[in-house]
Write a protein that binds this ligand. Structure first.
Ligand code: ZN
Length: 327
């Protein structure tokens, strides 16, 4: 009996690694609506989850909020269980108790990753607008803060009046690194092509504690501003770290190796303040787009040679009314 006991102990010990692998970072991936029909979050959330989980660094829990006209009385997520919240969520407002709970989480050191239209959310929530730095649409104007863009190689703010948020047709565009020493950007080329996506421009906000990691030139030939617009940002709010990417309109955009890499690294940085991930082979170059067929294929329409860029007009669509302007 004693022998058997030792045999069990021995065999068990064979499977224990010398140094226990670090526990995966816990990620809360928030969705539930995104600008009415303009963003198919039911398709993009599984892509974002797969991007994170393939690194082996993250354990992702998806949290779907009720529609904004729905019942929030039983929606009480415990943010403190997670090291980082990834927002694939654009809603007009939240109940005050939920807002305060989220603010506390970030102030106390929680991480936040803002993907694409998540920077359209919550125009009337000052703390959220400080967390994201800049945002657009949902009737934001100069009262939301100045425009922010790069001029002569430097980040400037511009108090000119006008609406916030614009983009041209979805095309590939070149992303320029502005902070090559930041852990998220370290080892990335100075310029690389992003796959077909919306290039957000004329974003406004307080821009406090904000560092712009990368910009892209907004082409006047494609309804652009002629300016170098912020594309990737990091911010601090209290003890919390925020990574904000304006890329990621649809699965096609999310399949870009540049998007995936910066999203994986940005999420790790928001969770821990460090980046341990290497730049993958096949990262896009200054003139060449690089995308993942396995990720692009998560849009079922991809195999038919078309792309899904909005929610289908059926019962699967959210119950909220469409937003006033395309995002
Ligand atoms: Zn979009």
């Amino acid at each position: 009996m004693k022998q058997a006991f030792f045999a069990v102990l021995l065999s068990a010990s064979l499977f224990v690694p010398c140094a226990a692998a670090a526990a995966p970072m816990r990620v809360l991936l928030l969705d539930g609506e995104s600008a009415g029909a303009f963003h198919n979050w039911r398709l993009t959330t599984p892509v974002l989850k797969a991007d994170l989980e393939e690194t082996g660094l993250f354990e992702v829990t998806v949290l779907t909020a009720p529609p904004s006209d729905g019942d929030f009385s039983s929606f009480k997520p415990d943010f403190s269980l997670y090291q980082v919240v990834v927002s694939n969520y654009d809603a007009p407002s939240w109940p005050e108790s939920l807002r305060l709970q989220f603010e506390r989480y970030i102030v106390n050191g929680g991480g936040l990753v803002v993907v694409h239209a998540a920077d359209n959310a919550f125009p009337g929530w000052p703390a959220y607008n400080e967390m994201i730095g800049i945002g657009g649409w949902r009737n934001r104007n100069e009262q939301a803060g100045p425009l922010w863009y790069f001029k002569d190689g430097k980040l400037v703010s511009d108090p000119a009046p006008g609406p916030a948020g614009s983009h041209g047709a979805r095309l590939p565009f070149q992303v320029a690194t502005r902070e090559p020493e930041h852990p998220i950007m370290k080892g990335l080329p100075p310029a690389w092509m992003h796959a077909t996506d919306e290039l957000y421009a004329t974003l406004r906000g307080p821009g406090k504690n904000m560092m712009v990691l990368a910009t892209a030139h907004s082409d006047p030939q494609n309804k652009g501003t002629g300016r170098d617009e912020p594309i990737l940002m990091v911010l601090h709010y209290g003890s919390g770290r925020i990574f904000h990417t304006t890329m990621g309109h649809d699965v096609a955009a999310l399949s870009c190796v540049g998007f995936i890499t910066t999203f994986q690294r940005g999420t790790e940085w928001a969770a821990t303040g460090k980046v341990t991930q290497k730049v993958p082979a096949g990262f896009p170059t200054a003139n060449t787009v690089s995308y993942r067929v396995d990720i692009a294929g998560m849009d079922p329409a991809f195999r038919k040679g078309v792309l899904t860029t909005a929610m289908p007009p059926d019962s699967n669509a959210p119950t909220v009314p469409p937003a006033p302007a395309p995002k």
